[in-house]
Design a protein around this ligand. Structure first.
Ligand code: NDP
Length: 240
């Protein structure tokens, strides 16, 4: 289908699987043009475009956003979803384990937000949604690096929300709880079941349930929401 003048251009990082792929599908179903950015195409949904991008490489991020702008001329929504874990108890966690997670989850998200904002500020419109985690607020053992990176996103989003609010750009955060993806598969069934007992809704979440929150935060109905954190965690963090 040819792109119409009114179609939004939505960039989703980490759309090659899991929550990012679900976000890409949800925005496609909404009638948007979706461009997935990740190191591999993986299972980026059919119908979404793909641009290779490694968030840990500043030039790769700049090139990817240039490519999106060359193709479409504008960027309306950024879902900064890509992220990694490298869990380890703190006494055994190497500097490399710590800095790799920060470089991907926090600095990588900053690189994408900066690139997107350069375009959005000129347009005087846009929405950025950053994918944090309930782990940012609750802190889970073995995740000093991950929790720091995900908590950092909240402060970063709020600083950016203040910087660009006058340009009608919103910057919000979603904080998923335990969601069924490859990231949680590595935890093993026993640990997932134990964690699920702490969830008031009594079940693991689905990637689509995070995607629908991202679609809402980028919608016309959410234009007065910025600097917010929306928990999608079955009540695990009780809104924190
Ligand atoms: P997955 O591991 O299933 O997917 C991660 C995605 O990030 C992949 O598409 C991967 O693509 C991409 N990615 C990783 N590193 C890079 C990089 N250096 N450059 C570009 N892309 C990269 O994770 P989930 O879908 O489970 O998680 C998505 C987000 O949600 C993450 O930020 C995660 O922290 C967060 N989250 C997840 C929860 C869960 O329970 N699953 C709970 C709370 C938060 P590729 O490898 O092809 O580059």
């Amino acid at each position: 289908m040819a792109e119409s003048d009114t179609q939004r251009i939505v960039v989703v990082t980490g759309a090659s699987r899991g929550i990012g792929a679900a976000c890409a599908s949800a925005f496609l179903a909404n009638g948007d043009v979706v461009v997935g950015l990740s190191r591999s195409r993986g299972t980026t949904p059919t119908g979404a475009e793909f641009v290779t991008c490694d968030l840990t490489d500043p030039a790769s991020v700049e090139d990817a956003f240039d490519e999106v702008t060359n193709r479409h001329g504008h960027i309306d929504v950024l879902v900064a979803n890509a992220g990694i874990t490298r869990d380890q108890l703190a006494i055994r966690m190497s500097d490399e384990d710590f800095s790799t997670v920060i470089d991907t989850n926090l600095l990588g998200t900053f690189r994408c937000a900066r690139s997107a904002l350069k375009r959005m500020i000129r347009q005087r419109s846009g929405s950025i949604i950053m994918v944090s985690s309930v782990g940012a607020f609750m802190g889970l053992p073995g995740q000093a690096n991950y929790a720091a990176s995900k908590a950092g996103l909240v402060g970063m989003a709020r600083a950016l929300a203040r910087e660009v609010g006058s340009r009608s750009i919103t910057v919000n955060v979603v904080a998923p709880g335990l969601i069924a993806t490859e990231m949680t598969e590595v935890l093993g069934q026993e640990r997932v079941e134990a964690m699920t007992t702490q969830v008031p809704l009594g079940r693991i979440g689905q990637a689509e349930e995070v995607a629908s929150a991202a679609v809402f935060l980028a919608s016309a109905g959410a234009r007065y929401i910025t600097g917010a954190v929306l928990s999608i965690d079955g009540g695990l963090g009780m809104g924190h």
